[in-house]
Design a protein around this ligand. Structure first.
Ligand code: ATP
Length: 630
């Protein structure tokens, strides 16, 4: 019985037809055309060159096909996907020529989504981000159709959900991630493990959607990694790239794969899932099989010389496309006539508007960002108000100490609380990474939106604390108090955002920013007078932005006061300011310094983000030694 099976498979392998221009028809549903993509990989390694992540391989991504990158854990699937999407990590490099014409979109494995959007409003948001140029009714119809195909029609009004509010299930989130990218009809749709975590029916529906998507217009292709395709899903894959230990085990039509394994005496037992069989046969990490990974790699080299168009030995790899009615399936021909969505994305700066809108929604719906801080600031301002009730009416000695203590607290604590924005910007980074990679906007557009979005938040918090504290304590010049607190918060948030762009985890970011604020508090001129700074540390007084805020608070409060307490060494507020060596301070100058400080930090953030997204990733060199563009 098994022998029959082997015989049948070998016959299938050997029955491939060679046509009169010398090209090989390897399977009826796999016909390269001029739109086919390819990747000629020489090698992928760590930057030190010590570890080879992928060996030499030539891969073909036929037009209209679903290509699956398959292999055991650690085979190099993600590395290959990263090479194809030009998103290699900074400690790796590649030498490869990649030709995947048209716009590409990548759907990462972990769904990078904001929780406050509903399914429909998220689709609309992405249409705006990508600047889809389509009449409203057509866009609505397209969104409805996509949601229908992905089984999300009933969830149209459901929120995505987050840690605060349960929303879509994991599988629904995955399908939404696909719908968001499919909305703008990328030519190359990449997906990392799109079916992991989905139930059998959802996974099948998603794969059917992807297959139809690939066939949906000429020049499209879907490239995905997959761990364990079910038997149903396996039938929907057109093209397979099987990897093990960074080596190519098989590349080509799925339909011809059985013939390859049968030829080398490993046909799939009838009751087995073929994908499981192939992946198991090339996995020698746990136990030895009859053939080692190297032997399989060599077998494939031998095989492709005779059976594959894309082999390195094949002069037809770059041959002109073979086009005839017979060569393309009916669905592909029909699809070729369909248009694709007109978008104006490509790192557009116009995305600032939709990004800003998204930030405001985030502020409004995400209690962790603004709600908790409003509660904390109000509660503490009320406590300060209660403790120092009507302090402004007092002219005794203790009131001088109380005033300086309160003003120190306002600068130190309220600014310190800005650290709360950091976790949310770090957590959002995955979303931004995905959107920048997919070309929705330039990182600078993101930074501008982020910077602008801090203004209303800082305004609300500064307004709230100013009203409560100035009113309850009867402090001088409420407007000055507000302006000072507002600019100090803007600067602190800019700093927290900048730190969030560089730290690997928000805990490290919070520790870093807490340390920085602690440093600034020490050197702002309250704990140590500027003239008492140890030699060589004078610059810290000017660098700490707390300095400008604190001394402006002090000048605003003390400048016109007189004290009638004989115990007080200070007869006037001016004497107090003189003691702190800030009697000549010009508040306007300090406010300008604070504003410039915030702007300078945002400018540094531009540079940091540009480096992060442009230079801080693995380089792909072309086979002739040049750097890969984009
Ligand atoms: N930048 C790197 N530096 C060092 N080793 C790396 C780097 N990137 C990947 N590797 C190693 O290369 C191998 C392939 O990794 P990759 O993530 O591509 O595998 P995978 O097939 O996607 O695995 P899985 O299915 O488990 O996600 C692994 O052994 C991994 O440790």
């Amino acid at each position: 019985m098994a022998e029959d099976h082997v015989e049948q498979a070998i016959q299938q392998a050997e029955s491939v037809e060679v046509d009169n221009d010398g090209l090989v028809d390897i399977a009826p549903s796999f016909h390269p055309t001029k739109n086919d993509g390819y990747a000629l990989i020489d090698n992928v390694s760590t930057t030190s060159g010590k570890k080879k992540l992928l060996n030499e391989m030539n891969l073909l991504f036929p037009e209209g096909s679903v290509s699956a990158i398959l292999g055991p854990s650690g085979a190099g699937k993600s590395t290959l996907l990263n090479v194809l999407t030009n998103s290699l990590s900074s400690n790796s490099k590649a030498v490869a020529d990649i030709h995947l014409p048209g716009h590409s979109s990548f759907v990462p494995q972990d769904d990078q989504l904001h929780g406050f959007f509903t399914v429909k409003s998220y689709m609309n948001h992405y249409a705006k981000l990508a600047r889809v140029n389509m009449p409203r009714n057509e866009l609505d119809a397209k969104i409805d159709e996509l949601l229908k195909q992905l089984g999300l029609t009933e969830q149209k009004g459901t929120r995505v959900g987050d840690i605060f509010l349960k929303g879509l299930s994991g599988g629904q989130k995955r399908r939404l991630s696909v719908a968001l990218e499919a909305l703008t009809d990328p030519m190359n749709l990449f997906l990392d493990e799109p079916t992991s975590g989905l139930d059998a029916e959802s996974a099948l529906q998603l794969m059917e959607f992807l297959k139809n998507y690939a066939r949906g217009a000429s020049g499209r292709r879907v490239i995905l990694t997959i761990h364990q395709p079910s038997t149903f899903i396996w039938q929907l894959i057109d093209n397979v790239i099987l990897l093990a230990k960074g080596k190519l085990m098989y590349e080509g039509s799925r339909e011809n794969m059985e013939a390859f394994f049968a030829k080398y005496e490993h046909p799939t037992p009838r009751e087995w899932n073929p994908a499981d069989h192939y992946v198991t046969m090339v996995n020698d990490e746990f136990r030895d099989h009859a053939r080692s990974v190297d032997e399989w790699a060599q077998s494939y080299q031998d095989w492709q010389k005779n059976h594959h168009l894309g082999g390195p030995e094949s002069s037809s790899f770059f041959a002109p496309p073979k086009r005839s009615g017979k060569e393309r399936t009916t669905s592909m021909v029909a699809a070729a006539n369909k248009g694709t969505v007109d978008t104006k994305r490509s790192n557009s700066f116009m995305a600032v508007g939709p990004l800003l809108y998204r930030y405001f929604l985030n502020l409004w719906f995400n209690p962790g960002i603004l709600g908790t801080r409003i509660a904390m600031y109000s509660m503490l301002a009320l406590m300060v108000g209660g403790l120092f009730w009507e302090l402004g009416d007092r002219t005794d000695y203790e009131s001088i100490i109380s005033r300086t203590a309160v003003l120190f607290y306002c600068v130190a604590f309220f600014i310190f609380m800005s650290v709360a924005v950091l976790p949310f910007t770090v957590m959002e980074r995955g979303i931004v990474d995905k959107e920048v990679l997919n070309g929705y906007y330039h990182p600078i557009a993101y930074q501008v939106a982020q910077g602008l979005s801090t203004i209303p938040a800082a305004g609300v918090l500064a307004g709230l604390t100013s009203v409560i504290i100035v009113f309850m304590l009867k402090l001088n010049d409420g407007w000055w108090y507000f302006l000072n607190m507002f600019l100090a918060l803007c600067t602190a948030e800019a700093l927290a955002q900048m730190v969030s762009h560089v730290v690997p985890h928000f805990v490290i970011g919070m520790a870093g920013i807490a340390g920085l604020f602690g440093f600034f508090m020490l050197f702002m001129g309250f704990m140590v007078l500027p003239s008492d700074f140890p030699y060589g540390l004078g610059w810290t007084y000017d660098v700490a932005f707390h300095t400008y805020s604190w001394r402006s608070f002090m000048v605003t409060e003390f400048q016109n006061l007189t004290f009638d307490d004989p115990r007080s060494p200070f007869a006037t507020g001016h004497d107090v300011l003189k003691f702190y060596e800030i009697e000549d301070v010009n508040r306007w100058n300090d406010m300008i310094v604070l504003a410039c400080y915030a702007i300078a930090i945002h400018l540094i953030s531009f540079v940091v983000l540009t480096i992060r997204y442009t230079f801080f990733k693995g380089t792909i060199y072309s086979l002739n030694g040049k750097k890969h563009a984009g």
